[in-house]
Design a protein around this ligand. Structure first.
Ligand code: BGC
Length: 409
């Protein structure tokens, strides 16, 4: 059995599911010509209008919590204008959760920025922490009924992706896409994913703290944390120091900065093996997911152990999931990840909840709608939802508060 009151949920983010996020930087970048994005988000899966039925589906599965994000670009589409109508919409989302006994978990920033703010420099804007805190204050003043909140989703992600992305080979086509994006934002540094490390460690962490204080001052009882993208970093024999260097660079300073807070949101998708020659990646020969990640559910327990050992701060698994069309493999992935997590909890790692990513098949950022993480499939032309067997299997685990021995049927 998992601990009593262990939270079982699924997660989404606004831009990936709502549709029509026209005032955001990502919308502008998707619509650039040519574009770095494989396709446009467009109507996404119309969660903006279908949130109530989607939350009902989540509740019917047997889950007890829903993590979703409120969209800054919708709430403050122009600098200084806060839309009460949009805030009322998000209150309806919270109320839809509460009326079905679902605990809403709010994320205040999940990758996207209002276009006006990205044009000012995004996280590199010296006023970023002030502006983000002001938005959080407005939202927290207006919204009620939530007990857990995440300030910034995967604050450290740019540390992991920026250099790799910007240092790749830019053929003429890709360079044209980059040029079009830079024409819109001034620099790619201005969109969250490609924020330089210094700005993350400085403005980003300051923004998290300021947001936390703003939300707490309106709702002292709310539990607040940041979420971090953490891979299970392993080393081949003799490469341990290289693995440790990677851990320090990508996670160490962020973890130290937030240790002792209410919780740390851990988001793990895979393992990376560091070799003696300094190369890193999936273990050669190991099966990969459609994301190109090593398909390794055991990675989750390892990262939770690492985070707990370093911070002694409660962990919520705010994302973990598997992308692909083979839903039977998704079931096995979830079961194996949870069996491992259960083992870590039994050793004393304080894990308070598990949110599968994602509730719905959705817009997977630059990769468009190809990779499918969802428990629930969506036929986008009709927006019809389809419950996958993995959703039912995960719901049974949640209801039992245990991974049964018989295997999921
Ligand atoms: C993000 C999600 C994304 C998922 C799968 C995480 O980095 O928070 O928005 O869809 O990984 O790639």
């Amino acid at each position: 059995m998992f601990p009593q009151r262990f939270m079982w949920g699924a997660a989404t983010s606004a831009h990936q599911v709502e549709g029509g996020n026209v005032s955001s930087d990502f919308w502008a970048l998707e619509n650039a010509q040519p574009s770095l994005f494989k396709e446009k988000s467009g109507d996404a899966v119309d969660h903006y209008h279908r949130f109530s039925e989607d939350i009902a589906l989540l509740a019917d599965l047997g889950l007890g919590a829903y993590r979703f994000s409120i969209e800054w670009a919708r709430i403050e589409p122009e600098e200084g204008f806060f839309s009460q109508a949009t805030l009322a919409h998000y209150q309806r989302c919270i109320d839809a959760c509460l009326s079905r006994g679902i605990a809403p978990v709010l994320t205040f920033h999940h990758f996207t920025l209002p276009l006006w703010q990205a044009r000012r420099g995004g996280f590199t804007d010296p006023a970023f922490a002030d502006l983000f805190a002001r938005f959080c204050d407005h939202a927290a003043q207006s919204l009620t009924g939530f007990e857990i909140a995440c300030t910034i989703n995967e604050l450290n992600l740019p540390l992991l992706v920026r250099d790799e992305f910007l240092n790749r080979d830019w053929n003429a086509g890709a360079a044209a896409c980059r040029g079009a994006a830079e024409g819109i934002l001034g620099s790619l540094d201005h969109t969250f994913l490609f924020t330089p490390a210094e700005a993350i460690m400085d403005q980003g962490l300051a923004a998290h703290r300021r947001a936390r204080d703003a939300i707490k001052s309106r709702h002292p009882g709310v539990q607040i944390g940041v979420t971090l993208a953490i891979q299970d970093e392993q080393a081949e024999l003799g490469a341990e120091h290289l693995r440790d260097e990677r851990r320090e660079r990508y996670y160490g300073a962020c973890l130290d900065a937030v240790s002792g807070e209410d919780f740390i949101g851990v988001q793990t998708y895979t393992r990376v093996v560091v070799r003696r020659d300094g190369c890193f990646g999936p273990e050669p020969g190991h099966p990969l997911t459609v994301m190109g990640y090593e398909d390794r559910p055991q990675a989750l327990a390892e990262t939770c152990r690492y985070v707990w050992q370093r911070t002694k701060t409660p962990v919520i698994v705010t994302e973990n999931g598997w992308a692909g069309d083979d839903d039977a493999r998704r079931i096995a992935f979830i079961r194996d990840a949870l069996t491992g997590l259960h083992g870590a909890i039994a050793e004393g790692v304080d894990v308070r909840g598990y949110f599968y990513w994602s509730l719905l098949d959705n817009f997977e950022w630059l990769a468009g709608y190809g990779p499918k993480f969802g428990l629930i499939g969506v036929d986008r032309p009709t927006q019809r939802r389809q419950i996958k067997p993995s959703a039912t299997a995960f719901g049974k685990i949640a209801l039992a508060n245990a991974v049964s021995e018989q295997g999921a049927e």
